[in-house]
Design a protein around this ligand. Sequence first.
Ligand code: ASP
Ligand code: MG
Length: 410
Amino acid sequence: MSRLVMKFGGTSVASLSKMRSVTSKIQKEVENGNQVILVVSAMAGTTDELIGKVTQISPLYDAREYDVIVSSGENVSAGLIALLLQSMGINARSWQGWQIPMKTTDDHSNARIKEINIKNLQEKFFLGMQVAVIAGFQGISDNGRITTLGRGGSDTTAVALAAAFGAHRCDIYTDVDGVFTTDPKITPNAQKLERISYEEMLELASLGAKVLQTRSVELAMNYKVKLRVLNSFTNGSGTLVCDEEDIMEKSIVSGITFSRDEAKVTIVGIRDKPGMAGSVFHYLSQANINVDMIIQNISEDGLADVTFSCPTSQVNAARKSLEKGKADKAFNYAKLVEDKQVAKISIVGIGMRSHSGVAQTMFKTLGEENINIKVISTSEIKISVLVDGKYLELAVQALHEAFELGRALA
Ligand code: ASP
Ligand code: MG
């Protein structure tokens, strides 16, 4: 019997009527002879509302209780969908993370899956269960406490279950038709991609595309889980996230993504001598700052400016850690300059490995639009730039055009 994982996001289970309409997709897969492992998110808006309640009590909440509260949204959707499926004559049963059990680390609010014991579920399938409805996003630590997997974590629940069961595919149902060349809200002629490689999807997700949790893509890549992103309310084929070898036509640039959640910090007037950068980034890493882009400008008087980017929410912590480094006399600097009005724009494509001139096209295009590039970083398959936030739309549109993404892909 073949096994299929289906995951429905918050907008797909936002109301009883939405739930009813997605159950027909589930019924179809059951009728096709699949054992269905169904992962559900909380009803749209629920998780945010629960987080709001927690932070109202105290901004310095106990993370273990946060997880108890915030994971509860998924329990409600799982129970409701199970009831709806039962009313259609389908043998369905809901499962919370701890009941499986889905074992995780004890990093509350951002736990990682360690191990899934599928014995209980397998037994129930053997005894006639047709659909196991699983509350996404949650697990249990070695201490027996409830954990959650970070925002968007239901995607990771789904991929992990697909890997554990050796499912033939993991279908992620959402409110868009698939993965697009860029956000259609910004560039109306953005195209849906038929296929995208794990590696590209991983870059897109970690650079700001919200369609899949980054960790779920990482897991799919490691366990070679065939992942499909598709719309809950239409009948399109979606986008298949798969191995590079399964993609016939490799485009140079597959997608453009962006993030407004990035800020730029410049350390002005730091001594230009060996060990300085090591010391600065030691302090930043001690404070768990996710530094992304880095540049250093050397001036003639033996001083340098070091600029880095990090999530906007971490700027205060970054400043504090640098002030601490200065107070400890680990390094000295004249001042810190922060810029939160920036946007990071990235182009991603496996074809970049074998094509030259991609960076040149990107920089020239931005130049022609009079958009100044503040910081650049590259990897084998992506180029990111930081620009003034007010140019985000213009930059994305111009790059989408320059790389012919509106037409070339189907
Ligand atoms: N409900 C959780 C969230 O909103 C998990 C998920 O939907 O994947 O982040
Ligand atoms: Mg999501």
